[in-house]
Write a protein that binds this ligand. Structure first.
Ligand code: ADP
Ligand code: MG
Length: 485
């Protein structure tokens, strides 16, 4: 059985569906020409349309539509050639029109799916219910003035894609994997930058619990969770809260809740609104959105290779295990780096160095793969020195650290610091003789059967040679000398 939470009265299963808001990458807003760049001076990227001046008329931005179609294709979803914009009416200070233009009954993208991978190596398909286009609202700033709330409309009218999943997930891990995979796909497509800190990607998490095998029970929606880790924590916290209610004989009420990361709990925000509360109706300022099938095909042809396909190709072309391939395709830039590095080299060696040493260096230096401390060409040069025997594996690690620190090239470091591997048999024999002479007692033990000491001698010889002895030769000479010959 999968993930269950043991309650006081028995096991509970968790049911999860995600509604993700993804900000569309576009120069201009969904229905106006105002700029969308993040971090602009407040209220400097606002057109009359975004500020909802009387008589304004929205005009759809073709690029935003293209981005939604690309995303739909990337999610293996149906593209609806006929869709419609509706007004979702509600009052809020940062929503000057008093309604949000959204899509309700007729979204631009219908059913699709995402394949997720779990830590045990298994995969699962999570259904996508729909994707629709809608406007973002402005931002209310409550912490800039002691008694006033300030409003910034720069974000008002920016295009969002709301991507709704089926209630197919059954554990925090699955929800985390889904969100990460969705983010990866969006970033590959170039339709959303996936930046959760800046709010380009935010998730509403729907959670319910049930006895294994039972039908669905009432869900609650945890709003606007802004990191994968918080999504996973919010699910766990919300599931435990609901289990406690059911087990005490209570009834879970459908409502909208907020996650408080500091306290690790969810708290009530408002009772759940229903569609009729918003009095949806077709926006009379906009004609239905009719899409040419040929345009969809054109967009399909220009899609990049997506993560699943790239992963399969990495496994076939480079013979990588699924685990390595999965890590290397998580970001398009990582995959590009790998392909540069692996060209003409041992693909598994290249993967190991990236996943081990390079990823660690990125973490340590806080740099990204787009701006790495060591470029693919530089790491390639190091691997070549390792492969052709100029340096040993141990020295290669050392050289890499120097490259990270100083930005110098591998070859230059090896020459300047005299790190070339010693393959001169005479020099190795000399070191071996010295080590054995200094360890006569251990040599005697070895000869009387304590063979484990061989590794000790190798270590000592390498140490004496400052790590530069060719390991194979050191082994060979030691064996010859110790072998009683
Ligand atoms: P609404 O339109 O009221 O938001 P939807 O039916 O569109 O309701 O569902 C919204 C989200 O809630 C979807 O992601 C869906 O998968 C999820 N969901 C629906 N029912 C449940 C349930 N019983 N438990 C958990 N999630 C659910
Ligand atoms: Mg909803």
């Amino acid at each position: 059985m999968g993930y269950v939470i043991e309650g006081k009265t028995g096991p509970w299963e968790v049911v999860i569906g995600l509604e993700v808001h993804a900000q569309v990458i576009s120069q201009a807003k969904l229905f106006s020409g105002a700029a969308t760049a993040f971090g602009g001076e407040p209220n400097h990227q606002v057109s009359l349309i975004d500020a909802a001046f009387p008589g304004m008329l929205p005009v759809i931005n073709r690029e935003c539509v293209a981005q939604a179609i690309r995303t739909g294709l990337g999610l293996n979803a149906e593209i609806n050639l006929w869709s419609r914009f509706d007004r979702k009416n509600y009052f809020y200070a940062d929503l000057p029109a008093g309604y949000q233009i959204s899509q309700y009954q007729h979204p631009i993208v219908g059913k699709g799916e995402i394949e997720i991978e779990l830590s045990d190596g298994s995969t699962r398909r999570i259904g996508i219910t729909r994707l629709h286009l809608e406007q973002d609202a402005g931002k209310s700033l409550h912490d800039q003035h002691p008694t006033k709330t300030l409003i910034d409309l720069n974000r008002a009218g920016v295009a969002l894609m709301e991507i709704v999943s089926e209630p197919d997930m059954r554990s925090p891990e699955e929800a985390g994997a889904y969100l990460r995979k969705l983010r990866t796909i969006l970033r590959y497509l170039g339709t959303c930058d996936g930046n959760m800190e800046e709010g380009s990607l935010r998730a509403d998490v729907n959670v319910s619990v049930r006895r294994p095998g039972e039908g669905f029970r009432t869900r609650c929606e945890v709003k606007n969770v802004n990191s994968v880790r918080f999504v996973m924590q919010a699910i766990e916290a919300e599931a435990r809260r609901q289990i406690a209610i059911w087990e005490e004989g209570g009834v879970v009420e459908q409502e909208t809740r907020l996650f408080e990361p500091g306290r690790g709990i969810t708290r009530s925000m408002r009772s759940k609104e229903d569609a009729h509360d918003y009095r949806y109706f077709p926006d009379p300022d906009l004609v239905p959105l009719v899409i040419d099938a040929a345009w969809v095909e054109e967009l399909r042809r220009t899609l990049p290779e997506l993560p699943d396909a790239k992963k399969r190709r990495f496994m076939e072309q480079y013979g990588l295990p699924a685990y390595d391939a999965g890590l290397l395709v998580a970001e398009a830039a990582t995959a590009d780096y790998y392909e540069k590095l692996a060209r003409g080299r041992d693909p598994k060696l290249a993967a190991n160095w990236m996943i081990g040493d390079l990823f660690a260096a990125l973490n340590r230096t806080g740099r990204s793969i787009e701006d790495p401390p060591v470029a693919a060409e530089g790491l390639g040069e190091l691997l070549d020195l390792l492969t052709d025997g100029t340096i040993s594996g141990r020295i290669a690690k050392e050289v890499f650290e120097i490259m990270v620190e100083t930005g110098e090239g591998a070859r230059a470091i090896v020459e300047k610091r005299g790190l070339r591997q010693v393959t001169d048999t005479a020099a190795i024999e000399q070191a071996v003789a010295e080590v054995l002479a200094a360890n006569a007692d251990k040599v005697a033990e070895y000869k009387s059967g304590k063979e484990k000491l061989f590794g000790y001698f190798v270590g000592q010889v390498m140490k004496r040679m400052a790590g530069k002895g060719n390991p194979a030769l050191v082994n060979e000479v030691l064996r010859r000398v110790l072998g009683g010959g």
